[in-house]
Design a binder for this molecule. Structure first.
Ligand SMILES: [Fe+2]
Length: 391
């Protein structure tokens, strides 16, 4: 693998991106011999056989597979397919019935929103992980007892990970997504991304694993996800994917594999990817998207930041009015005392604004101080902010 050139600064902007650097990485052809447990290598994507994996789990031999998968996600192509991840597809059919029910409930009771696609082209349910457990314990249990989900998740994140799931149905005629990276930093605008030192941007890929279980057959013309193998290795990728030249490059070099109901695909969240266009007249492409998080991104102590900022707000305002805080001190104080991160949230009741991230308490507090809200108004705003983010 090519060694990355050292950069002058840990803080980069979109002016520092280089298509040539991406091209050098993505020109890599995976060597099938490096992945002896895979059943095939198709278009630079490793394919693993579900039956073989189930056998390995039964015989207590999953570690070898996990070790190989860790290599796929880190220095390898960054993406793998699990054929027959669900050997018994009636488990999927039963979960699809739960999804139908949840869609109906959503249609009747909420205005479901989706910040990733144009209205009408797709249908989405946030948090199917929790909603399916509440709707049908049996369907949930049969779906989430699948040891292959655990095998792959642990290969990248280790134990004690947290699953979240969202179902996405792309209807006939649904257009392709633009290429992007995923959560965490894939949900942030360039200005926000560039505030993180580059090592933190690179590190963030180790905190999540992205997956999708096919809940319908997905021939290529129905638009299964397009991937650009090895693109996760490009350090500045979080700043690059909005650039036209990178999008063109993605369009010319991305690969796409057909999936059958019960197959699953897993990938490094830093891999450039995009859902494809559904050019079929009649296939509703259904995927249950799995976003799996490392337990590491949590603080040591539980701190009630809502309580802290609610309690000190009137004193802050007093000091601002008396010029007792410089702007730098105020900004630092607010950053230290408020949650400045948009997630986790409830995306049904706390939808993102014009960007892909919902309003944070840090932003709320800045607005309040700037506009000199009363203590009462600020506390009410905090309460409703807290309430709309609960599951
Ligand atoms: Fe994505």
């Amino acid at each position: 693998m090519k060694k990355n050139t050292p950069r002058k600064s840990a803080f980069c902007s979109e002016n520092d991106i280089s298509l040539e650097e991406l091209h050098q990485l993505c020109g890599t052809e995976a060597d099938f011999a490096d992945f002896p447990l895979a059943s095939s290598l198709e278009k630079n994507v490793l394919v693993y056989d579900g039956d073989e994996l189930r056998r390995a789990v039964k015989q207590g031999q999953s570690t070898e597979f996990q070790s190989e998968m860790a290599a796929v996600f880190s220095s390898g192509p960054g993406v793998l397919v699990l054929k027959d991840a669900y050997g018994d597809t009636t488990v999927i059919d039963r979960m699809n019935i739960v999804f139908d029910h949840l869609f109906e409930e959503q249609r009747l009771f909420t205005a479901g929103s989706d910040h990733f696609s144009k209205a009408g082209e797709n249908s989405r349910i946030w948090n199917t992980f929790q909603k399916s457990a509440l709707h049908s314990p049996d369907a949930y249990i049969d779906y989430y007892k699948n040891p292959l989900i655990r095998l792959v998740a642990e290969s990248w994140l280790g134990p004690h990970y947290q699953l979240t799931a969202q179902v996405n149905v792309v209807h006939p005629g649904g257009r392709a997504q633009i290429c992007h990276r995923d959560y965490h930093l894939g949900f942030q605008e360039n200005d926000e991304v560039s505030r993180y030192p580059l090592h933190a941007q690179i590190m963030s890929q180790y905190l999540t694993l992205q997956g999708a279980v096919a809940h319908s057959d997905m021939p290529v013309e129905s638009g299964p996800t397009l991937f650009l193998p090895y693109s996760h290795l490009y350090p500045l990728g979080y700043l690059a994917w909005r650039d036209e030249r990178f999008r063109d490059y993605f369009a010319r070099h991305a690969v796409q594999l057909p999936l059958l109901k019960g197959d699953a695909v897993f990938f490094n969240p830093a891999l450039l990817h995009a859902a494809g266009a559904n050019d079929t007249p009649n296939i509703h492409r259904i995927a249950n998207l799995l976003q799996i998080s490392s337990p590491f991104a949590r603080a040591m102590e539980n701190v009630d930041l809502y309580q802290i900022v609610g309690h000190i707000y009137s004193t802050i305002l007093e000091k601002v009015r008396g010029n007792a805080l410089t702007d730098t001190e105020l900004n630092t104080l607010i950053m230290n005392s408020c949650d400045g991160y948009s997630f986790p949230s409830n995306l049904d009741t706390d939808p993102p604004r014009e960007s892909m991230a919902p309003l944070t308490v840090e932003e709320l507090c800045h607005n309040a101080v700037r506009e000199e809200w009363s203590d009462e108004i600020f506390k009410q705003a905090l309460q409703s902010h807290f309430a709309k983010r609960q599951p």
